[in-house]
Design a binder for this molecule. Structure first.
Ligand code: LLP
Length: 402
């Protein structure tokens, strides 16, 4: 991103601040859409949990994306961003009755059901509201996606989805659920997946369920493969090879004559965002160099939560080749409040600006007010100009309703 624009943003909007690049989001969307070609398929549903800012959602909607939501709140974000209700997929292991009724009332395209009980509740609610809701059953395909434990959802024994045998049992008994039409299967094996193999293994399981369902006369014609495509956070990582993944997956999907849906989050927005932060202080403690910045774990929790790497870099080019291994930490009163461990950085001084890379996904959307810290502003850069797409929170926001 343009350095002088970032300087201007830091001066005018303050720090910490998330800055997103609209052109990068567009390029990411086109890269994924062209990797999976074919008459309007797959349908890309952006995972709103990765970045729910309405301006980001509007941009993706204009590109043709639908939305994957996991709460009533996310559903209303997508609707408010102008999404057609039919373009929304509602997943999640614990939807409340109120959320289901809300989704029925709004004519949401798909509800991805994650348990036998949920199917019963949804069917009854739909009957009471005079509707037949289209659903996909979320499968737990029992596949190891080789990622961080907290990002692994498709292994046997997780809380997500139903086992294939349960899905087939529900499909066999589908007439007992008159409020729903089971037209699809869904899986999401996890996040930060780099290999085609786990997707292929999960596809096997899903195709087997679809074949057996069709043999029972059920019209199951849709497969939602979830999201999870990895992006490089460290120098030794490379982006998930989506074109190669598509080449491995698509022939089998076409042969089975099913519509493909995807739910990427990170792949579309992560590298389009930086977290802009300013050095507050530098100090030494027990031989360790600390750089204390104004962004903290409440702004970007991924390092603390997953041990994730987000490369920090000074906004202005360093004037020396000297590098030091520093602990980059925030003001929050927790030893786990760090943005980077042993980051190799040039000598930094109070007031200097840093960017924290790849912060466009699961940055602001996971931010909190811990330590009664207002969440930072969000800014969109587009065509050489920038605009605030969410102002910094104020003291009034922090204490509203108390
Ligand atoms: N679909 C479902 C059902 C999901 O649960 C998720 C992510 C996605 C799609 C999008 O996954 P993506 O393409 O962004 O990998 N907060 C974490 C990752 C956990 C995401 C949970 N579900 C992070 O900061 O990395």
């Amino acid at each position: 991103m343009n350095t002088s624009l970032l300087h201007e943003i830091a001066e005018r909007v303050g720090t910490p601040c998330y800055v997103y690049d609209a052109d990068r989001i567009r390029a990411n969307y086109h890269a994924l859409a062209s990797a999976f070609p074919g008459a309007g398929k797959p349908v890309i549903h952006f995972a709103v949990k990765a970045n729910g800012n309405l301006s980001v959602l509007r941009l993706l909607r204009e590109l043709g994306a639908g939305f994957d939501v996991v709460s009533g709140g996310e559903m209303h974000r997508a609707l408010r961003a102008g999404a057609r209700p039919e373009s929304i997929v509602f997943a999640g292991v614990g939807k409340t009755d109120a959320e289901l009724v809300d989704a029925l009332a709004h004519g949401i395209g798909w509800i991805n059901v994650e348990s036998a009980q949920e199917l019963r509740v949804l069917s009854d609610l739909a009957v009471a509201h005079g509707r037949v809701q289209r659903v996909a059953l979320r499968l737990n395909p029992g596949v190891d996606p080789h990622t961080h434990d907290y990002m692994s959802t498709g292994k046997s024994g997780t809380k997500f989805g139903v086992e294939p045998a349960t899905a087939l049992d529900l499909i066999a008994r589908r007439r007992a659920f008159p409020g729903v039409a089971i037209e699809g299967v869904h899986f999401h094996i996890g996040s930060m997946v780099f290999e085609p193999e786990p997707y292929l293994a999960a596809l096997d399981v899903a195709l087997d369920v679809i074949t057996r369902a069709r043999a029972m006369g059920a019209e199951v014609d849709s497969l939602d493969m979830g999201g999870g495509f990895g992006i490089p956070y460290t120098a030794d990582q490379v982006a998930a090879p989506v074109a190669a993944m598509a080449a491995a997956l698509l022939p089998r999907i076409r042969a089975a004559q099913i519509d493909l849906h995807l739910e990427p989050g990170r792949f579309l927005v992560a590298d389009a965002g930086v977290l802009l932060t300013r050095v507050l202080y530098t100090k030494q403690s027990g031989g360790t160099d600390y750089v204390i910045v104004d962004a903290a774990m409440n702004d970007l929790i991924r390092p603390a939560l997953y041990g994730a790497t987000h490369q920090p870099a000074p906004l202005d080019p360093p004037t020396t080749t000297e590098r030091r291994a520093v602990e980059l930490v925030g003001p929050v009163c927790e030893s786990g409040d760090f943005l980077a461990h042993s980051a190799s950085l040039p000598p930094l001084t109070r007031g200097q600006l840093l960017t924290i890379a790849n912060a466009g996904a699961y940055g602001m959307s996971m931010a909190s007010n811990y330590n009664t810290r207002p969440r930072g502003a969000e800014v969109m850069v587009e065509g050489g100009a920038w605009r605030v797409i969410r102002p910094r929170e104020t003291l009034d926001h922090l204490m509203a309703g108390e």
